[in-house]
Design a protein around this ligand. Structure first.
Ligand SMILES: NC(=O)c1ccc[n+]([C@@H]2O[C@H](COP(=O)([O-])OP(=O)(O)OC[C@H]3O[C@@H](n4cnc5c(N)ncnc54)[C@H](O)[C@@H]3O)[C@@H](O)[C@H]2O)c1
Length: 372
């Protein structure tokens, strides 16, 4: 039995809490959050020890690993605390908010002899793994390009000012772009050599970026594009059978009649986001926007349960492995412990994804292509 301590009990943690009901060999052993109401809620629901800091949880709870779901700018600090207590870490994306932070996390894990796994990594979404495997098999020849695009209501959801503050690791380039970089890196399977990006700030209620486009070149000649619009007018889920990034059906967000006037105070945001998410386990694959892969002898896109492959053999459907949601991270940790191999996705994976995100940001600021 591996005992997990959950650090942070906000929106992302609510996708993690339900998995323990069906995660054989894993136990939700404790949690930590600075908000007393979040701690009270955890005690009432799970009856497990809960702490006001990660340090206290590491000292006071019997845990083997810390799963970090605190704000981006705290990932490094919280991971270093966990490593200092000899705990494995599963850490939400982005791994850190600078390459230096990622490096410190990777080195600290190595020194402590424990593992670091990146959580919420779309490189391990079953359809992305299936696309990766078709590309790697060479059945469609070499990969030429991958396009991934998502429009959603990210900026219209309840947000704290700090979540949007690009100076401390907030904003869409560190909150949404890592997902798309994870997708294209996994599928192409090569190092990104050049990034060109453009970003925009088109909602005057928010002093933050709400959209971006990026073009990436990879070693070996493939390229990829990423597109994101978070202003909440159109939802790409409409193009993906109503299935969202968690594999939930009927999730097309509608343009809000009343636009948000800006970020919210903490009490208001957490009251507005207190509901647990609907089940992500209803038989559909997670579909985070639209991803289309072009190869020399065919193309691939997602279906509700896997892939559709277009080639000289016609159009055929291939099932992806079942959607196990965030249990995937627990299995990644377990596999790495059992095999002695690095975890997939590990700290180095997370650092490389951040490197590409930062390069896109630099390119957008300077107007020039950037080598990450
Ligand atoms: N919201 C999502 O849908 C989503 C999805 C995937 C990944 N993530 C990632 O999850 C992380 C958290 O995002 P979120 O949306 O849950 O934010 P959130 O603000 O909803 O939750 C963060 C939680 O951390 C707690 N916290 C803050 N400082 C703390 C401290 N020092 N010690 C202990 N707890 C502390 C807060 O009280 C809050 O409960 C981010 O890294 C984000 O990129 C979020």
């Amino acid at each position: 039995m591996m005992r997990i301590g959950l650090a942070g009990l906000g929106a992302a943690a609510r996708m993690v809490l339900p998995i323990f009901a069906t995660a054989d060999g894993f136990e939700l052993a404790a949690a930590a959050d600075v908000r007393p109401e979040a701690r009270d809620d955890f005690t009432a629901t799970f009856g497990r020890p809960v702490f006001a800091s990660i340090e206290d949880m590491c000292k006071g709870a019997k845990i083997d690993a810390v799963w970090i779901e605190t704000p981006n700018q705290l990932h490094c600090e919280h991971a270093l605390t966990a490593f200092a207590h000899g705990k494995h870490v599963i850490c939400a994306k982005p791994l850190g908010i600078s390459l230096d932070e990622c490096e410190r996390m990777i080195v600290a894990a190595q020194r402590a002899g424990v593992l670091l796994v990146q959580a919420h990594c779309r490189a391990i979404d079953p359809p992305v793994l299936a696309m990766r495997d078709v590309v790697a098999s060479g059945a469609l020849g070499r990969v030429i390009q991958t396009e991934t695009s998502i429009h959603n209501d990210w900026l219209q959801r309840p947000r704290l000012a700090e979540e949007l503050d690009e100076n401390i690791g907030g904003g869409v380039l560190l909150r949404q772009l890592p997902h798309q970089v994870d997708i294209v890196r996994a599928i192409v399977g090569a190092k990104v050599t050049e990034v060109y990006g453009a970003t925009g700030r088109w909602d005057s209620a928010f002093a933050t970026e709400g959209n971006y486009l990026g073009l990436m070149k990879f070693e070996g000649g493939a390229s990829a594009s990423v597109a994101f619009n978070g202003y909440g007018w159109f939802d790409t889920t409409e193009l993906t059978w109503g299935i969202d990034g968690l594999g939930r059906r009927n999730r097309v967000s509608k343009p809000a009649a009343a636009r948000r006037a800006g970020p919210m105070p903490a009490a208001e945001k957490y009251a507005a986001t207190a509901k647990p998410p609907a089940s992500a386990q209803d038989g559909y694959a997670p579909i985070f926007g639209q991803t289309i892969v072009s190869c020399e002898f065919g193309s691939i896109r997602q279906s509700p349960t896997g892939l559709i492959i277009y080639s000289a053999k016609g159009r055929r459907r291939v099932a992806a492995p079942p959607n196990i949601g965030r249990r995937a991270e627990l299995l990644a940790l377990r596999r790495a412990i059992d095999s002695g191999e690095p975890a997939y996705p590990d700290g180095e994976w997370g650092r490389e994804t951040l490197r590409v995100c930062l390069a896109l940001r630099d390119s957008a600021r300077t107007g020039k292509p950037v080598a990450p």
